[in-house]
Design a protein around this ligand. Structure first.
Ligand code: DGL
Length: 270
């Protein structure tokens, strides 16, 4: 029996955690942010796999029967190998789920022009994971992707609302929209980006919908637990949330309060 583990390279996964808590308020959660090694978006496939696997093992050691990779980069680069190669040998009764498939399952229905834009890290864009998943669920969709290599660092350092931060965001959003004038839906395919969703919405044409993943992932997890009763029975339910970071716990608490409006009491994890 244990909590649901939620992992991200840093603060971004807190945007997913917030929705998970709202959807499953009775469940216990353990959040782990690898802030010390963020960002992951520009790291190699091998590094992202190694760091993500380490985090998953830590969460398993803390008793989590189920871990959510609340990070697109980790979901794109590590999830499949963990699910197909690592778990069956080392932890056959534990589960690891990601954020890409739930998003790809629903996003095709949200666009009327069928031209969808996607903003993400370089790692997620290069992996082509969204294109592959969208081809399965919504083959009629044309996907236009743009990588925003500076955004995670801007957000992790709290500079997203500075002049430099805004210029960076405007430039990347304009580049995405220049790929197709018909884009009517933009997926924020990095869990850090909902932190700047309002700003993005203020600089795109009014008919363009900005889609954050938190509620989509939370609804999908609820549905998963209804279908996998054996997993649901192994999850503890006292409504607690514990936070761990590989970075500075004080800074984690300050940033979580400032950018996600979450009251955290993080502990250091080596
Ligand atoms: N929040 C992450 C994602 O969804 C990670 C970004 C990073 O560390 O570069 O991709």
């Amino acid at each position: 029996m244990g909590a649901i583990g939620v992992f991200d390279s840093g603060y971004g996964g807190l945007t997913i955690l917030k929705s998970l808590i709202k959807e499953l308020p009775e469940h216990d959660f353990i959040y782990y942010g690898d802030n010390h090694r963020a960002p992951y978006g520009t790291r190699s496939f091998d590094e992202v796999y190694e760091f993500t696997l380490e985090a998953v093992i830590k969460l398993f050691e803390m008793g989590c029967p189920l871990v959510i990779l609340a990070c697109n980069t980790a979901s794109a680069k590590a999830l499949r190998t963990i699910q197909q190669k690592y778990l069956p040998i080392h932890y056959p009764d534990r589960r690891v789920l990601g954020v890409i498939r739930p998003s790809a399952e629903v996003v095709g229905e949200l666009s009327t022009s069928h031209h969808i834009g996607l903003l993400a890290t370089e790692g997620t864009v290069r992996s082509e994971s969204y294109r592959l998943e969208l081809e399965k669920f919504s083959p009629h969709i044309e996907l236009f992707q743009h990588a925003c290599p500076n955004w995670v660092t801007l957000i992790e350092s709290g500079q997203q609302a500075t002049e430099l931060g805004k210029e960076n965001i405007q430039k990347d959003v304009a580049e995405l929209l220049s790929l197709s004038p018909q884009i009517d839906t933009i997926i924020l395919a990095c869990t850090h980006y909902p932190i700047i969703a309002d700003y993005i919405a203020s600089i795109v044409p009014p008919h363009v919908k900005i889609i954050a993943q938190g509620d989509i992932v939370a609804r999908s997890l609820k549905d998963y637990l209804q279908r996998h009763h054996e997993m649901e029975l192994r999850l503890t339910k006292q409504g607690t949330v514990r936070y761990f970071t590989s970075g500075d716990p004080q800074l984690f608490n300050q940033q979580a309060a400032a950018i996600i409006h979450l009251d955290t009491d993080a502990q250091l994890i080596e």
